[in-house]
Design a protein around this ligand. Structure first.
Ligand code: SD4
Length: 326
């Protein structure tokens, strides 16, 4: 019997873990169910403003959602640029289970979702979040000013984490210091030792309409090789997409690196390949087949919600490539 484990990105990973954990413990529980339900809980939670129902808007103020779920290279499904449904992780699972394809996008994904009985429901950014998001996109100075006069957003500088985030969930669901993005990424291991991973996101705030990031793309936002391990990513998708970040992390573990060494190699590769990356974040969680896990990020601020039989913890990873002062 393997020890069950659930790892989720950011402070709202606690919402995910609470919803996913019972599915790992049930007698017929599975890592796949746990990942789906974990992501789904965040998609439905109106306090989380970068995933699902209250996703972040694009440049035109519209929300589009991306998600993927994966058990193995041969069992994965994803949807991207979905604008009329909220539960995209479950639609991604149906793509995996009910179609011969891996990725459906836009109108095709929505027609498929409807055919599978999902109820059309458009995600909607709240106005305040939309305004903040556009400022995130257009300039840090505007953002600072808007954060300062918005009581829902405790004033935190880039790279710092709010006290609310440390203590659990802030009133608005707990946002990272950089509130222009955030994906729920989940890795689960069940009692049989089966690994599964999933991610769900509205992508980057103020993105160009039609832009799709790493999250729904196998190898970029997530990767699972049952014989090796699993990885999920969050942050600016363009960084992960430059180097197939999640795939690279799993390949590192295949070559014998520990999860921490594998993530360190991925972060180094991003730094080498994208010297002009500015202050963009890229963060990873990796889990090997034996149950050893690690997390790391280009910059401070990343957090991982960890659920084991011993309880729930919000962990700030030691592995941070840059201290944020560059
Ligand atoms: C994207 N990686 O679309 C996602 C966004 C994200 O933390 O994870 N932000 O680029």
């Amino acid at each position: 019997m393997a020890e069950p484990l659930l790892l989720s990105t950011w402070h709202f990973g606690q919402i995910a873990n609470r919803a996913g954990w019972p599915h790992l413990l049930a007698p017929d529980g599975s890592a796949l169910d746990a990942v789906e339900q974990a992501c789904r809980a965040v998609e439905e939670d109106p306090r989380v403003t970068s995933v699902g129902y209250r996703g972040l808007p694009d440049l035109k103020g519209q929300v589009s959602l991306d998600a993927a779920i994966m058990l193995s290279p041969n069992r994965c499904g994803a949807v991207a640029y979905v604008r009329r449904f909220v539960e995209v992780i479950s639609i991604a699972r149906r793509v995996m289970e009910q179609t011969p394809h891996v990725l459906l996008v836009g109108e095709g994904a929505e027609i498929f979702a409807q055919s599978q009985g999902f109820r059309p429901r458009s995600p909607r950014a709240d106005e305040r979040t939309a305004e903040l998001a556009l400022c995130e996109h257009h300039g840090a100075e505007d953002r600072e000013a808007i954060h300062a006069r918005d009581p829902r957003h405790p004033h935190v500088k880039d790279g710092e984490t709010s006290p609310e985030a440390h203590s659990g969930l802030a009133a608005d669901g707990g946002r990272d210091a950089d509130s222009s993005h955030d994906t729920i990424g989940v890795i689960a291991r069940d009692c049989r030792g089966t690994l599964a991973a999933g991610c769900s996101t509205s992508g980057l705030a103020g993105k160009m309409p039609g832009r799709v990031g790493d999250s729904p793309i196998v190898g970029h936002g997530l990767y699972v090789d049952p014989g090796v391990g699993a990885a999920v990513a969050t942050g600016h998708g363009e960084l992960m997409m430059a180097i197939c970040g999640s795939f690279l992390a799993v390949e590192g573990m295949r070559r014998g690196l520990s999860p921490q060494e594998a993530i360190a190699e991925v972060l180094r590769r991003i730094a080498e390949c994208i010297p002009d990356r500015g202050d963009r974040q890229a963060a990873f969680i990796a889990l090997d087949k034996a149950g050893k896990w690690a997390a790391g990020a280009m910059r401070p601020g990343f957090q991982v919600a960890v659920r084991t039989p011993a309880g729930e913890q919000l962990v700030i990873p030691d592995l941070v490539f840059s201290d944020g002062s560059d």
